[in-house]
Design a binder for this molecule. Structure first.
Ligand SMILES: Cc1ncc(C[n+]2csc(CCOP(=O)(O)OP(=O)(O)O)c2C)c(N)n1
Length: 884
């Protein structure tokens, strides 16, 4: 109709149509045309932001297809037009040509960017500005030559090892060599900033190359790792495979010194990630005066492991939580499109393996690993982002894996099409060399020279290592127990069971008791119920000087702080205590303000107490990492109930138990595991003492189950006063937290130390010796007392199960040779608890120890409280029978 109206002559159409079509005429004007264009462009930009990354040229194995209809839509716009970008804050007006350049550079070339999920406007705007091609950093020829040299070295090292050590696993970096340049880029940025240290966590792939070509691990070590010495002298130093080894070094970057560390890690992929964050956090707290800008965590993941391992998602969740804050990490995901033999269609449901990272509102970049210049540009941006926003940022390096999963695998069994392509690919070093040759940045002589020099260096180092008498000693030798660890050398058995005196003065004890009960500021309105409980506790203390469990714990914390040791306690409900026993923070009932009475005992020390997220795995790993960097801090991880520790079994097995043996890395981490049968069902009863005992060996850990508040107090204090650091597993009580039975008098706090074994005084008339650990002692004792059987029993409490003080036990047995009946009494099933361990460890003693306890069972405890009582009573009755 409008067309007909336009073609009509004057007067042909009724005048009313003029008014009707007025709007149509405006709509056709030039201004409106431009606005319409801009709106369309804006729409397209939004679409680029949301989906443009899918157009990027990053997937080496894409089958093609409709890659980028978005870019075609953009091409349709006329280049010369000016474009005012209302939603492109900071850009002002651009020509369409400039806009195309921006979008092309960031979405359709060798990088795909995702940040439209970030809700903060300033963050998005900062990114937009950095991504504007006119703000890209200049790349100098010197820089290009440096990158080429690094790439050549990375490739050459792998080729050298492949030639000289065929069939030896090394998880070559080939296919992802540009990652080495990204690391060097980070180090250059670091030395020009406030960063003093880079902490790296990475899995197997490319580690040897990173050790050699980034951390400057002496090349003798690399060669020795492949030569694999067989020196008898080192037969019991079990160590670890070469691609798990870590190293710390001070490297020279453009004349400036930078400390770089690569964490030791086990095969268990990704579990090192929270460990490293813990390590970094400890350094921030204890070394860098709370300044996260001083240290940079760099976390390197594999694509399949990143999305597959739940520990990653758990740990990502730490990002903005105060107890775990490290000021953000730079993440690299080395995506070679395969996890072992499985391709991405088998390993993930999402288009990218990085999708979980979106939950952090973190920018995500997908970069073509063959484009070293773009990778380094994005690495620079990532560094600046982390330093500015103190948040995480992710770079997925889209690359390939030259060999199979390792160098012995035949990848064509499983991924024939992909490997047909890979076989034809040129190494990135060759691609870059060609580029620089074409651009005349280098000439052939120069590039050959670079290659020859490095090759001669490798040959020379190999020769030197081969002629060395002791190839084993290269590997870890002199790098362990350095720096702040110098004074904590591994102890002997005697040292580990030696009594360490850890009393405090009566004055300090009273100051702490007063601080937690009395001097609470008026303005803190604590819950009346809590106030009454505190009053009662104080009254009892004043009447009897007896100190209940939780108070004993507070006194140990306060006293350590006063002595200059830091204390960090983290667990799911640690502030209040799972059993409402601790109350380490008083909360104002109106304002929610926190008051921590023990803070005032800080003396160049930090007191940190936090509730953790609902996780065992990552939270325990974090605290383990924390302990690695803070021998001067009593670092405690607490399970809500002890049995939940099995949710973190990898951290127990692969790190806590074995790190000193494998990597010469000691830890003084304390685990508090509530343990004991109280009729609460199979799942809240056992912290699985037997498992820890099975894992104990070569003096790797300490396992204790103290029976009094003073013993607990001394045990915690001993952990800091020992001349070494070893993990300490403490089985803690649940039902006895307010008991008068295990409450110790103040005298026991102002003298002595933790006793590994406590035996009762002998009258030489006892009929039976009862040996036990933990709270069953108090149940047996109470019943024996009621039945007036106490004079007939010699009690032996094993307060520390490992290392077991066998000398002390031997002495007890010898001195008490009037006792013919020795019984081990436990509440656990026969296949659990301490029985097997104690039986085996004491075979040399002449005491024919008999078992009294629950029978072998598939579950730790009864599901029914009444049945629990029945069975518990049977054990006690049986144990006391011989004493009648
Ligand atoms: C927790 C765990 N499960 C299984 C393995 C065995 N494994 C070693 S590497 C690997 C594949 C890892 O794939 P990806 O994360 O993509 O890294 P890539 O090897 O490709 O570099 C597997 C399954 C392991 N090391 N850790």
């Amino acid at each position: 109709m409008y067309n007909k109206y336009k073609q009509s002559t004057d007067g042909e159409m009724p005048p009313a149509w003029d008014a009707f079509f007025e709007g149509f005429k405006i709509g056709e004007s030039e201004v409106v045309g431009r606005i319409t264009q801009e709106l369309k462009l804006n729409e397209l930009i939004e679409e680029f932001r949301a989906n443009g990354h899918k157009c990027a040229n990053t997937r080496l194995f894409d089958e093609g297809g409709e890659r980028c209809s978005l870019y075609e839509k953009l091409e349709a716009f006329e280049n010369s037009a000016k474009y005012i970008a209302p939603i492109f804050a900071g850009f002002g007006s651009l020509t369409v040509e400039e806009l195309k350049q921006y979008l092309k550079n960031n979405f359709t070339e060798n990088v795909g960017i995702e940040f439209s999920h970030i809700s903060d406007h300033d963050t998005r705007q900062w990114l937009e500005e950095k991504l504007n091609p006119s703000n890209f950093p200049q790349i100098t020829p010197d820089k290009q030559k440096k990158w080429l040299n690094l790439l050549l070295k990375a490739t050459q090292l792998e080729e050298f090892l492949q030639t000289h050590y065929p069939g030896k696993k090394r998880f070559s970096l080939e296919g992802a060599e540009s990652f080495i340049c990204a690391l060097h880029e980070l180090s250059e940025l670091a030395v020009d900033s406030t960063i003093k240290e880079i902490e790296l966590a990475m899995a197997h792939r490319g580690r040897v190359n990173v050790l050699a070509n980034f951390l400057n691990w002496p090349m003798e070590n690399v060669m020795a790792a492949f030569e694999e010495g067989k020196n008898e002298k080192h037969a019991q130093e079990l160590g670890d495979v070469k691609y798990h080894l870590g190293f710390t070094n001070k490297i020279n970057v453009n004349g400036k010194e930078l400390t770089v560390s690569l964490a030791f890690n086990p095969s268990h992929l990704e579990f090192v990630y929270p460990v490293i964050l813990g390590k970094v956090r400890a350094k921030i707290m204890n070394q860098f005066r709370n300044k996260a800008e001083s240290i940079l965590p760099v976390i390197v993941h594999g694509d399949a492991a990143f999305i597959g391992q739940g520990i990653v998602t758990e740990t990502l969740n730490f990002s903005q939580l105060k107890p775990y804050s490290v000021g953000g990490s730079v993440h690299f995901i080395i995506n070679n499109e395969l996890g072992f033999t499985a391709d991405s269609s088998e390993t993930r449901s999402s288009i990218y393996c990085t999708n979980f990272a979106k939950a952090l509102e973190a920018p995500i970049f997908h970069v073509n690993g063959n484009d070293v210049e773009t990778l380094c540009r994005i690495t620079k941006l990532a560094f600046e982002f982390r330093q500015k926003f103190n948040r995480d940022i992710f770079i997925e390096i889209c690359c390939y894996r030259k060999h199979g999963h390792n160098e012995m695998d035949e990848p064509r069994y499983t991924n024939p099409k992909m490997y047909n392509k890979i076989q034809k690919l040129k190494p990135v070093s060759a691609i870059y060399k060609d580029k620089l040759l074409r651009a005349k940045i280098i000439n052939t002589d120069e590039s050959e020279q670079l290659e020859q020099t490095y090759n001669s260096f490798l040959e020379e180092k190999q020769k030197a290592t081969r002629s060395s008498a002791d190839k084993n000693s290269y590997i870890l030798g002199d790098v362990a127990f350095q720096g702040r660890w110098t004074k904590y050398k591994p102890p002997s058995f005697e040292k580990m069971i030696e009594l360490v005196e850890t009393p405090i003065t009566a004055k300090l004890l009273n100051q702490i008791v007063d601080a937690v009960h009395k001097n609470i500021p008026q303005e803190i309105h604590i819950l009346p119920k809590l106030a009454r409980a505190l009053e009662r506790r104080l009254e009892k203390y004043q009447q009897s000087t007896n100190i209940v469990w939780a108070l004993g714990e507070l006194i140990s914390f306060g006293s350590l702080l006063a002595e200059g040791y830091s204390v960090r306690l983290v667990g799911q409900d640690s502030i209040r205590g799972t059993f409402s026993q601790r109350h380490i923070v008083y909360l104002d009932q109106v304002t929610g303000a926190r008051y921590i009475p023990l803070d005032k005992f800080e003396n160049n020390s930090n007191f940190e107490v936090y509730n953790s997220p609902l996780s065992e795995n990552s939270t325990l790993a974090f605290e383990f990492g924390y302990s690695l960097s803070s021998p001067n801090c009593l670092t405690i991880w607490e399970a809500q109930f002890g049995d939940f520790i099995n949710g973190a079994q990898v951290i127990v097995d692969q790190f806590i138990i074995s790190s000193e043996q494998k990597w010469k890395r000691a830890s003084g981490l304390v685990l508090l595991l509530p343990h004991g049968q109280e009729g609460q069902g199979p799942d809240h009863s056992s912290a699985r003492i037997e498992r820890f005992l099975q894992l104990a060996g070569q003096l790797n850990i300490q396992i204790a189950q103290p029976t009094t508040s003073a013993q607990y107090f001394h045990l915690l204090r001993r952990q800091m006063h020992q001349e070494f650091r070893k993990p300490l597993i403490i089985f803690t009580p649940k039902s006895m937290l307010r008991s008068e039975l295990n409450a110790s008098p103040a005298d026991h706090f102002v003298s002595g130390g933790f006793l590994n074994v406590i035996s009762s005084e002998s009258s030489k008339n006892e009929k039976v010796g009862i040996v036990c650990t933990g709270k069953i002692y108090w149940e047996l004792y109470a019943e024996a007392k009621a039945l007036e059987l106490l004079p007939n029993i010699l009690w032996v409490r094993l307060e520390q199960l490992y290392p077991l003080d066998i000398n002390k036990l031997k002495n007890i047995v010898e001195v008490n040779d009037h006792i013919l009946d020795w019984q081990w009494v436990q509440e656990e099933g026969q296949n659990s608890g301490g029985w097997f361990f104690v039986k085996l460890s004491t075979m040399s003693l002449k005491w024919n120890l008999k078992y009294v306890g629950r029978p072998v069972s598939a579950v730790p405890a009864e599901g029914n409280a009444a049945l629990h009582e029945l069975n518990q009573h049977k054990i006690i009755e049986q144990a006391l029978r011989k004493a009648r």
